[in-house]
Design a protein around this ligand. Structure first.
Ligand SMILES: Cc1cc2nc3c(=O)[nH]c(=O)nc-3n(C[C@H](O)[C@H](O)[C@H](O)COP(=O)(O)OP(=O)(O)OC[C@H]3O[C@@H](n4cnc5c(N)ncnc54)[C@H](O)[C@@H]3O)c2cc1C
Length: 492
């Protein structure tokens, strides 16, 4: 393991051997955002306790690992006691374009087709950075295959081609373990070492602050993930109100606590697209009579279909985990999950049954037409939609929307409907970066020495997530680390 840090430097030490442009007791005014006495930046009044001759990477999630992998000699500071970030808990599904796995199933694909799909996928046309990403995903796959991973296409239905999700047979944990195993010898990873702030001198990054003092460095890569554990930030940037959504679960001590946004506020760094949050439409809970949520059983046979104002189905409901399909829902008004009372009752535990009373979140009617009228959707179309649902199962392997016909298990009975809720899953906005991952300040100028990759920078690819993001963005996370490492190595 390469020794990457110099010895501790006392505040009054001779600065001759240091590359750091700061004098003992240097005026705080030289430090970015110095006017705000509460900032982390102004807390730095001394020379660094240590000086890193190599780039510092903040965070050992997938983006930090890929950045470090290609930077070579690097110091990686990780807050948690494990590497791999949130991806350690993920299925590890990757959005990949034009792969051997697709070709083997007779699915024609390539970057041009993906570009054509892009606006429908994310709610915005592809940016130049997005185009570069789409052209690079097959290379991401090839590098991972070179590390021993193998992939399967998650939804091989031709109607689901747009999803392009490839799962590593090892899951997310196997994926990040493979990345960690492929780090070069010059990478030092320090776990349980949270970074508390950034240090700037004369507008350029000068290091990072830790609990053991600050470490000087002239290249810092922020790979600290998104802000999904911060309800205040999610609500601020989306305008969602309490009750209409919920956070994803906490994952070990791997926090997505928005450190990067705190540092952006401290130092007036630019941010972009913060309202673009990948959500999963969560149909697994109903409001109960006692005010608590009643969980519906999660099984392959989902006993409901989604309709919008037109009274017709517009998506494959079996993909309720899908950010893409959530985007389709977000783009529509008046969406309902339609089912029967008998299906709901079958999906609720016996203990919860007494609390299952119709309320604001869901309602029933005598027949489909009356229900449609009550919901404010096209009632005649709803009647027709529900008539076809029963027949789909017997007819085809996949229905026209790509849902496996075996997953329709609605019971006959009283028509009911409820509102889909949402779970906040991941950020498609974050620090503003250029197409190589250089962090921009609030005025759009490059901050020398400071880079950001992965979810901390909205998946690291400017504008890529559009209005609501897409599934499998982990491929962008991985690619952004490799791309930024190449740009750092190339130099200005
Ligand atoms: C359950 C689950 C399933 C998912 N499934 C998928 C999927 O199948 N496909 C997909 O595309 N995406 C999926 N995601 C999202 C995906 O995991 C993330 O988008 C991805 O991990 C982001 O990578 P990252 O490197 O940017 O950040 P992270 O994975 O969040 O890693 C950031 C790292 O930085 C560390 N860190 C944070 N702050 C500091 C600090 N101040 N100092 C030092 N270290 C710090 C964290 O501890 C963490 O290790 C899933 C997420 C979860 C939680």
């Amino acid at each position: 393991m390469l020794l990457v840090l110099s010895a501790c430097v006392a505040p009054d030490a001779d600065t001759g051997g240091l590359a750091l442009p700061i004098l003992p007791d240097a005026p705080v005014g030289e430090v970015r955002a110095a006017e705000d006495a509460s900032t982390s930046a102004t807390a730095i009044r001394t020379l660094p306790e240590q000086w890193s001759d190599v780039p510092i990477v903040i965070g050992a999630g997938p983006s930090g690992l890929t950045a470090a992998m290609d930077l070579g000699d690097t110091l990686v500071l990780e807050a948690a006691d494990v590497v791999g970030g949130r991806a350690r808990y993920a299925g590890g599904f990757l959005f990949l374009v034009g792969t051997e796995e697709q070709a083997a199933l007779g699915i024609e694909d390539g970057p041009a087709l993906a570009e054509a799909d892009w606006e429908a996928l994310t709610g915005a046309p592809p940016t130049d950075a997005t185009r570069a990403f789409l052209a690079a995903t097959d290379g991401v796959r090839d590098r991972l295959v070179g590390m021993g991973l193998t992939f399967t296409l998650q939804r091989p239905s031709p109607a689901s081609r747009a999803l392009r999700e490839h799962g590593p047979t090892t899951s997310g944990r196997g994926l990040v373990d493979a990345l960690a195993a492929n780090l070069p010898a010059g990478v030092e990873v320090r776990v349980s070492t949270p970074v508390r702030g950034l240090v700037f001198v004369d507008g350029a990054v000068a290091g990072v602050r830790t609990d053991d003092g600050w470490i000087g460095a002239d290249t810092v890569v922020i790979a600290s993930g998104g802000f999904m554990d911060r309800a205040d930030l999610v609500q601020l940037h989306t305008g969602w109100s309490d009750g209409g959504w919920r956070m994803g679960t906490t994952y070990g001590d791997v926090a997505a606590d928005g450190s990067a946004l705190d540092w952006a506020a401290d130092a007036r760094l630019g941010t972009a697209n913060l309202g673009a949050i990948g959500t999963y439409r969560d149909l697994l809970a109903l409001p109960g009579a006692d005010g608590t949520a009643i969980q519906l059983a999660s099984s392959a046979g989902l006993p409901w279909v989604w309709v919008d104002t037109t009274g017709t189905r517009f998506i494959d409901e079996s993909a309720t985990w899908s950010v893409l399909l959530s985007g389709f829902v977000q783009a529509r008004s008046n969406v309902w999950a339609v089912t029967t009372r008998e299906s709901i009752e079958a999906a609720v535990s016996e203990a919860d049954l007494p609390f299952l009373v119709e309320g604001d979140g869901w309602r029933c009617a005598d027949d489909w037409e009356a229900l449609g009228t009550d919901l404010g959707v096209d009632a005649a179309a709803l009647v027709e939609t529900m008539a076809t649902v029963d027949t789909i199962r017997a007819r085809t392997a996949f229905d026209a929307l790509g849902r496996p016909s075996t997953s329709f298990s609605m019971r006959a009975g009283t028509p009911c409907a409820f509102r889909p809720g949402s779970v906040a899953a991941k950020n498609f906005g974050g620090l503003a970066v250029d197409d190589d991952g250089r962090v921009l300040d609030a005025a759009g100028a490059v901050v020398p020495g400071l880079w950001a990759v992965g979810e901390a920078a909205g998946m690291g690819v400017p504008g890529m997530g559009g209005a609501w993001g897409f599934d499998g963005s982990l491929s962008a996370v991985l690619w952004s680390g490799w791309r930024t490492a190449a740009a750092i190595r190339t130099g200005p």
